[in-house]
Each structure stands twice: as C-alpha cells, then as structure tokens.
Ligand binder design. Structure first.
Ligand code: GAR
Length: 194
C-alpha cells in the first residue's frame, strides 16, 4: 500500500508576473515537507501560469463572469482548488479580495505578501503609494489574510531604505527582489511544523 504523503500542501493564487510564486516553487522543490499542489490565476494569460509549467506544477485559471458576485466566484474557486486538497492558500500578487466564506473554508489558513510596511499603504499599489509619499524607508509584509484589505495579522516584515534619486522602476525592482527572497524565508519558518 502507498504511504500517504505527510507534506504540507500549498496552493498558490496569483494574478501577475509570478516572481513570488516562482520563488516559492523553487524553495518548495528543495524542501521535503512542503509541496506546491497547484497554481491558480484569475487571468488567463498570466505569466505565473507559464512559470508554474516549468516546475511541473498543475495550473488553472478562472475568469470572472460578467456581473458575477465575489461569493459566486469564490465558490467556483473553491471547487477548482478542491481537486488538489491544499492545506494552505498562498497569495502571491493575487489581486482579488477573498470572501469570508472562502477564508473560513480554509480555516483562515491563507497568507499574503504585500509591498509595503503595513499598516502603511494597503491596497493595489503599495510601492507606488510609498514612492509618491517620499518615505525614507519602504518594505514588504507577509501576513495572514482576513476579509479586510491587507488587514490580517502580520507574520513578518522586511524594511529597506529608499535610495536618494532612485527611479520608481528601480525602487520597485529592488523591492520585488527583496520579496522574492523574503517570502520563502518567512514560509519556511511559519509553516514548518504546522
Ligand atoms: C508583488 O509586489 C506583491 O507584493 C504585490 O504584487 C506584486 C506581484 O509580483 N501584491 C499586492 O500588491 C497584493 N495587494 P509578482 O507577480 O512578480 O509576484
């Protein structure tokens, strides 16, 4: 009889380029207690789906129907995810708010990375908002997800100073590279033994 895998199963949800998702897949590949069981996106042409194929991780995308409620969309999302039985949902640039029903059905075992030092600059454009506000330091936050906008319990944060005269593009690139190293590090510490 085959022994059932004791690995923690994580599903990644992402909407964009997927650099954080790739960093997590790379980390998981070399980790004997965690497995990325699928990558899902709300955008059919998301680069993250191509990145996942490179790691032989199953993918799916789920388009929002016209006038579809968030509740209905998340019910369909749950159905798509159920084929993979994930224990944890990891958001990596996933640009939709999750409903309470969705979060509850995963026992609130949902983690996100946000590009700011929360509670500063929640929302869609963390780096842009910080840059325009001319802050002296920025950073990223890994947090548990609740039904609010980037309001869940903070797991860990990494700060970095802004460089005088740095362009927004360079600042964002630097921030994203820091996220890519930080997110797997935090997951390694937080999820081990869960
Ligand atoms: C990252 O900067 C992530 O923190 C941000 O989207 C980017 C995704 O990049 N997420 C949010 O703003 C969530 N509110 P990636 O697709 O290359 O990982």
């Amino acid at each position: 009889m085959m022994k059932e895998s004791k690995k923690i199963k994580i599903a990644i949800l992402a909407s964009g380029s997927g650099s954080n998702a790739e960093a997590i897949m790379k980390w998981a590949q070399n980790c004997d207690w965690v497995e990325v069981v699928c990558v899902g996106s709300n955008i059919s042409k998301s680069l993250v789906l191509t990145r996942a194929q490179k790691y032989k991780v199953p993918t799916f995308f789920l388009l929002k129907k016209k006038n579809e409620s968030r509740e209905n969309y998340d019910e369909r999302l749950k159905k798509s995810l159920s084929a993979y039985s994930p224990n944890w949902i990891i958001l990596a640039g996933y640009m939709r708010l999750l409903t309470i029903n969705f979060l509850a059905s995963y026992n609130y075992q949902v983690i996100n990375i946000h590009p700011s030092i929360l509670p500063l600059f929640p929302g869609l454009d963390g780096y842009g908002d910080a840059y325009r506000a001319k802050v002296s330091e920025s950073g990223c936050t890994v947090h548990l997800v609740d039904s609010g906008l980037d309001t869940g319990e903070i797991i860990d944060q990494r700060k970095f100073p802004l460089i005088n005269g740095e362009s927004f593009e360079d600042f964002k690139k630097r921030g994203l590279a820091i996220e890519n190293a930080f997110y797997p590090e935090v997951l390694e510490k937080y999820l081990k033994g869960k």
